[in-house]
Design a protein around this ligand. Structure first.
Ligand code: NAI
Ligand code: 15L
Length: 316
């Protein structure tokens, strides 16, 4: 174990290396060279996936679970990372700007997007909640975001949609990115709305979006369903970076899953985004199956892709 000061020194060293490498053209070579020398987890945090850099990248929902994962990683892809949330964001680090802002505050969101080149939009309600909670954050909030993007000339948004926009398809089906939405609750409904909003702003104002129908992005899959839906944090970074940098995306929907063995989703319609997951849930299978030896085949949570969300109720 490193002492705290040693860890801080290592982090400083990695940040320096990452900055240097992100400016270089020998990026792939660096990864190939460093690959055998340092563990994969460190490699992901040291070497960026591309040398493309944006002037100012906005990350909303930066105080949340995935926001905290992406905040340090996205720095390598921009000169300035503006991070935003309704919650506390801690102090701005080097190359960062922090803006505390509620998505339902239309004027605040307009200011939030000033000078921004690209947006990674994670902010909002992320589980099933009463409509009164979902409405301001995920309906008004997403309209405010796109209006602000239009007024500020933002070119591309990466929108964190969710598998709950299609949660009422069966786990026995394989669906592609062209199917009609089948939300499994108010939360899923708001994500389907967000995808439609993205489509409107592409068709009418030419703002590109990649809508990420994220499965389950956690350090490890937690149950049998997540063996299909799991998206590792490294693959999340790969997905977001591919979505930000693909030459042309119009409005594309991509399923956010790792290279899992048994999946519900077919990403062949989104090949142009160039997302290539490298992780797989398979290494967790034995442990998950031991922890959850049987499943009730009549349980809606085991029948539908949305899992327990299809029966989650905030309605009292
Ligand atoms: P989270 O709940 O940890 O983070 C969401 C962040 O949004 C929070 O920090 C919260 O303070 C902020 N927020 C909530 N309401 C807001 C408002 N009115 N104005 C401004 N900020 C507000 O969620 P997580 O897990 O980090 O997910 C990030 C995004 O990805 C969410 O949009 C979620 O719906 C989506 N997603 C996540 C999945 C996962 O497995 N973690 C799966 C599918 C989708
Ligand atoms: C989501 O949309 C949620 O944000 C996340 O907390 C997970 O529950 C995930 O879906 C899932 O379906 O596993």
């Amino acid at each position: 174990m490193f002492r705290k000061s040693e860890t801080a020194r290592l982090r400083w060293l990695f940040d320096k290396a990452r900055t240097l490498l992100s400016n270089g053209s020998a990026l792939a070579a660096s990864r190939n060279f460093l690959g055998p020398l340092i563990p994969k987890r460190l490699l992901m945090s040291v070497v960026p996936l591309t040398s493309i850099r944006f002037s100012r990248l906005l990350l909303t929902g930066a105080a949340g679970s995935l926001g905290q994962v992406l905040r340090p990683r996205l720095k390598a892809y921009c000169d300035t990372l503006r991070v935003s949330d309704i919650s506390d964001l801690a102090a701005a680090g080097a190359g960062e700007e922090t803006v505390q802002c509620a998505l339902e505050d239309a004027e605040g969101v307009k200011t939030l997007l000033a000078g921004v080149e690209v947006v990674v939009h994670l902010g909002g309600v992320s589980t099933e909640k009463p409509w009164a909670t979902v409405l301001p954050a995920n309906i008004a909030g997403v309209v405010n975001l796109y209006e602000a993007a239009r007024l500020n000339g933002v070119k591309r948004v990466v929108f964190a949609s969710s598998n709950h926009a299609i949660g009422f398809y069966r786990q026995s089906e394989t669906i592609d990115n062209k199917v009609l939405s089948k939300p499994d609750g108010f939360y899923g409904l708001s994500k389907a709305f967000g995808e439609n909003c993205a489509q409107l702003y592409w068709d009418r104002w030419g703002i590109e979006t990649v809508s990420l129908r994220i499965g389950s992005s956690f350090p490890e899959p937690r149950d049998r369903r997540m063996l299909s839906t799991w998206l590792s944090y490294d693959d999340l970074e790969r997905l977001v970076v591919a979505s930000l940098t693909a030459p042309q995306v119009a409005h594309t929907i991509v399923y956010g899953m790792s290279d899992n063995r048994a999946v519900f989703w077919d990403n062949s319609g989104a090949k142009h985004v160039g997302f290539k997951p490298l992780d797989s849930s398979e290494r967790f299978r034995d442990a998950i199956e031991a922890k959850q030896p049987t499943i009730d085949r009549n349980d809606p949570a085991a029948i539908f892709q949305g899992g327990s969300f299809v029966k989650a109720t905030p309605h009292g």
